[in-house]
Design a protein around this ligand. Structure first.
Ligand code: FES
Length: 315
């Protein structure tokens, strides 16, 4: 008698794993680009992951219903006389399909997905989380003793942000000593990077090159040149203009000039992180600064425009 083959309909390929993978990829991209993208990626991954798990669970129930587990128990003892060796059919065991192709494909897909996910995820998560456990504080840029910055006078300071990278990391800041505020030294430290497209802005007034001073600080060489930017700061590229506090007054820049945080160490001025500024109210030591995380040139930090462009490009 011909053996009966039981042909079952295998489920078609599922799209849920694809959606899950897209969600994970979006999440990883978000770790670099923006927390908003991280949230969207996580939501997509969770939704498709749940749908995938539900599909797998219902699939198993279906298989359990269509393939009831037989009670294998203790095999019955053969009864009757033993057959001669040359009697009966071929001596092959009758097997059931214990590892069907669908199971193999499912396992292979999951395994391959896990390997690819691990290769992509582990380094990205490592780079994202490791800094939290390492001392990554800004080492600071020592631009010289406080006495090199006369009170009320702007100084054009150029310095290497990272001396190990050499001159390519040279930056410029406009530094003004505001005197003391409640017994603490106050400085205004404005970056010269234009908030439109990043051109170097210039002081709107004379620069006293003949009074240039060079300060050595470790491997860093700092130049300090006094200036009187009575007209504020001006960008030569597209006519952007700022007042002496770095507020935008004209032209295409979208916000005020960025500023440096600073600290005083052993009587020396040390610059640290850059931050962005929408605008400044007041001036000097009394200025109220609307500060934000550092944004790239051309990026709004507040107002309706910010809501239209909430995702920053990496910078
Ligand atoms: S880059 Fe400064 S105004 Fe355009």
């Amino acid at each position: 008698m011909e053996p009966q083959h039981d042909h079952h309909h295998l489920p078609g390929p599922s799209l849920w794993p694809v959606g899950f993978a897209v969600g994970i990829a979006t999440l990883l991209v978000g770790l670099i680009v923006s927390w908003v993208v991280v949230g969207v990626g996580a939501a997509v991954a969770v939704v498709f992951g749940l749908l995938w798990v539900r599909e797998l669970a219902t699939g198993r129930e279906l298989v359990a219903e269509t393939h009831p587990v037989e009670d294998e128990g203790v095999p019955e003892k053969p009864t009757g006389p033993a057959l001669p060796a040359d009697a009966g059919g071929p001596a092959l065991p009758v097997t059931s399909e214990r590892f069907p192709r669908s199971k193999f494909l499912e396992g292979a897909t999951l395994g391959l997905g896990a390997v690819i996910g691990g290769v992509v995820t582990v380094p990205a998560v490592g780079f994202a989380i490791a800094p939290a456990f390492l001392d990554q504080g800004h080492p600071g840029i020592d631009v010289g003793p406080m006495s090199d910055f006369p009170e009320g006078q702007y100084v054009v300071a150029t310095f290497m942000e990272n001396p190990s990278q050499g001159e390519v990391s040279r930056r410029t800041a406009f530094i003004r000593n505001n005197g003391m505020l409640n017994g603490v030294p106050s400085f205004t430290v404005i970056s010269n990077r234009c908030a439109h497209l990043g051109c170097p802005v210039q002081p709107g007034g004379p620069i006293f090159d003949d009074k240039q001073k060079t300060v050595k600080s470790g491997e860093n060489q700092i130049t300090l040149i006094p200036t009187t930017p009575a007209g504020g700061f001006i960008c030569p590229c597209h006519g952007g203009a700022y007042d002496t506090e770095g507020n935008r007054t004209a032209g295409p820049p979208v916000r005020g000039l960025d500023r440096y945080d600073f600290r005083i160490e052993n009587g020396r001025l040390v610059l640290s992180e850059l931050y962005s500024v929408s605008h400044v109210v007041g001036s000097g030591a009394d200025a109220k600064i609307r500060r934000f995380d550092l944004h790239g040139p051309g990026q709004h930090v507040d107002g309706p425009e910010f809501w239209f462009y909430p995702v920053q490009a990496p910078h």
